[in-house]
Design a binder for this molecule. Structure first.
Ligand code: GDP
Length: 380
């Protein structure tokens, strides 16, 4: 594998294994907070589940770069933890880590406030434990939340599946799915849709699952996917991901199916680039970021595949996989990338304009039409 890194004067200020909190990621230049589909200022993700199901570990591993082994020493959650993830222009949300033993019949909780502005509710079930109690709690939580806010996306993480064999994993998922939907039907809530994800902090499945959840909260997703498709078609790219660099969540990908190996490769590439940038980057300013708009990285694998990373903005990176033969016309790929980056910028600007309109005109909500944004962007 040969590695080429071209990040002139791009110092990385932080610790490569635990950078996010101190990474200096402020709001994107002139960027406002992202609106949720419910019109709330910040899409809020609630993380709930029984005690010791793994909620704090998920949060720490995905957003604070804690290594999975370190989570063994985490104290169990016994209060609501409000964690603002403000480290990306596109991914801005809160995680509310609820202690498992919250009593829903306790009238001191302000459920309207808790569920009202919530974009997605992730319920974590420990697959290595007896899950009957968790299923009861899931039913209670989901029905309560739905009554207050029917727009919430309900996501069930069947967690800690690293300890399970493939057959048992699938069987657990089928069983949990069946029981959870039966319970909802029995309580007269068959209209509630639950999505299920098999997750573990010991591999990339937790990042993949979080990516899917976050994508549901991005109203501009169709526009981003379309842009990636157009880029791929015109540049002979096999697969491309738009990554939030800090969390390694992909906020969009093209419409070809995602295979875990490709995703893992791209995640690893981001780690390599961040680490190399941190170690060898020229440190001129104290608060300099890991990338600037000139930076890119190219990794040639020994199977004739090329990984190509380009910075889209301060927070987002495009990571592409393409065949080495097709990389002969790198100039075309680079030219197309510039148009792509321009179009992404327009999606951001359009979003900001919509937010401003909504702020000044509270009647009606702006519609983000990906196609019209893209047509404009690509005709430039
Ligand atoms: P919380 O009370 O729901 O916040 O649970 P914690 O995050 O404190 O996790 C409880 C225990 O589960 C810890 O010892 C973690 O190391 C462990 N854990 C969390 N996620 C996983 C996972 O994906 N696989 C395995 N095997 N253990 C996990």
């Amino acid at each position: 594998m040969s590695y080429q890194d071209d990040e002139e004067g791009v110092p990385f200020d932080g610790n490569p294994s635990s950078f996010p909190k101190d990474f200096g990621y402020g709001p994107f230049d002139g960027d406002q907070e992202i609106m949720s589909s419910s019109g709330d200022q910040k899409p809020r993700i609630l993380l709930m589940g029984l005690r010791r199901s793994g909620k704090s570990s998920i949060q720490k591993v995905v957003f604070h770069k804690m290594s999975p082994n370190e989570t063994l020493f985490l104290e169990s959650t016994n209060k609501i933890v409000k964690d603002d993830i403000n480290n990306s222009s596109f991914v801005q949300f809160q995680i509310w880590d609820f202690p498992g033993q919250i009593d829903f019949f306790d009238s001191t909780f302000d459920y309207d406030m808790i569920f009202g502005g919530c974009g997605a509710l992730i319920f974590v079930i420990d697959a290595q434990d007896d899950y009957l109690e968790a299923l009861n709690k899931l039913n209670l939580t989901v029905t309560k939340a739905y009554k207050i806010n029917p727009n919430i996306k309900f996501e069930v993480f069947i967690h800690k599946v690293d300890g399970l064999g493939d057959d048992f994993k699938m069987e657990s998922q089928r069983d949990i799915h069946q029981r959870a939907t039966d319970d909802l039907n029995d309580s007269g809530y068959d209209q509630i849709h639950l999505s299920f994800h098999l997750t573990s902090i010991y591999d990339h499945s937790i990042f993949e699952a979080f990516s899917k959840v976050v994508q549901k909260l991005i109203p501009q997703l169709p526009a981003l996917e379309n842009l990636l498709n157009i880029l791929n078609n015109n540049s002979a790219i096999e697969k491309s991901f738009l990554f939030d660099v800090v969390s390694k969540i992909y906020i969009a990908t093209d419409s070809t199916p995602v295979d875990m190996q490709s995703y893992e490769l791209c995640c690893d590439m981001i780690d390599v680039v961040i680490d190399v940038s941190w170690i060898y980057g020229v440190k001129e300013e104290q608060d300099a970021a890991a990338f600037d708009e000139q930076s890119f990285s190219l990794i040639k694998l020994n199977n004739g595949t090329v990984l190509y990373l380009r910075e889209v903005n301060k927070f987002l990176a495009l990571v592409c996989i393409l065949r080495e033969d097709n990389f002969d016309h790198k100039g075309t790929v680079d030219f197309n990338f510039l148009i792509f980056r321009n179009a992404i910028q327009q999606v951001f600007e359009f979003r900001n304009k919509c937010q401003a309109t909504q702020m000044t005109n509270s009647i009606g909500s702006p519609v983000v039409n990906g196609n019209s944004v893209m047509a404009e962007g690509l005709s430039n």
